[in-house]
Design a protein around this ligand. Sequence first.
Ligand SMILES: Nc1ncnc2c1ncn2[C@@H]1O[C@H](COP(=O)(O)OP(=O)(O)OP(=O)(O)O)[C@@H](O)[C@H]1O
Ligand SMILES: [Mg+2]
Length: 331
Amino acid sequence: MGEHMIRATGLRRRFGRATALDGLDLAVPAGVVHGLLGPNGAGKSTTVRVLATLIRPDGGRAEVAGHDVVRDAARARTRIGLVGQHAAVDELLTGRQNLVLFGRLFHLTTRTARARAAELLAAFRLEEAADRPVRGYSGGMRRRLDLAAGMILAPPVLFLDEPTTGLDPRARTEVWDAVRALAEGGTTVLLTTQYLEEADRLAHSLSVIDHGRVIAEGSPDLLKSRVGGDRLDVAVADPADLPAAAAVLARISGGEPETDAAAARVGAPVADRAAALTEAVRALDAAGVEVADIALRRPTLDEVFLALTGDRSPQEPAPDDRPTARTEAAV
Ligand SMILES: Nc1ncnc2c1ncn2[C@@H]1O[C@H](COP(=O)(O)OP(=O)(O)OP(=O)(O)O)[C@@H](O)[C@H]1O
Ligand SMILES: [Mg+2]
């Protein structure tokens, strides 16, 4: 399996008449954060459960850290940490007590479990809250404690199923930082998410999955450039100039400009970003169009996702939760 920490080929899994996995392939090198992005029911959790040896596939095969997840499940399991969609920690116990308990469940001696708990509390910045009951923890602290529990045996591979669902933006950022720190320490992280921003900001590479199979993969940037490339957006000062502006963009882009009359904007895909921008400025000026704003824009991951999956968009963060810094290049 070479340098891949996780490798799956042709995974299939049915539940009754529902096909959850329909020939899913995956290859994740060591030390990266790999995202499984997909809408509800795409097969994300099923993939994680197969790879974490919790359920068996009906077909295909998978290896984690070199161990076959079916034939060598017991050994694969020792190389894996799993943080599920729902918290597994005890509310009444303190953070430290929870971690020691997890350590004992995994057959560490009390002494080793205590030492490991102290290490993890420091690593996940939970030292101050360590001896308070989890009941009083914020959402971000709980999730970090979940991550710490998943890392109790210092596994080389960690599976996270929707690690930030339901968290507020601040808590989400805290969890992202913790996941990044794990990857920097060499842990290979496979995480599922429905949040495009999370996939964009956290994952080195992505598999977009739908209907139980991978429909696109690569880095977030690669996926963005594959779908449509850059766009040039022009806002005109006078809406009466929209047709003239559209004519200029049609000539430069060779593509079909899209006009948003209400916003007095027109946009079109362009191939050569820098040249298109200079040419547009010159041509709009020559046509007597007064420009209020002109910008080159990379497609967002949202647009990529829509282009790939049609109208089955994944969940968006709540409005107060939207990314403020997009991949826009205003000029
Ligand atoms: N235990 C089960 N019994 C029956 N059907 C199941 C079971 N687990 C998953 N499925 C079905 O398999 C498909 C994939 O489910 P899965 O949970 O893997 O999707 P998901 O991508 O994790 O979705 P979500 O974003 O909602 O968590 C769905 O159609 C689901 O209804
Ligand atoms: Mg799921």
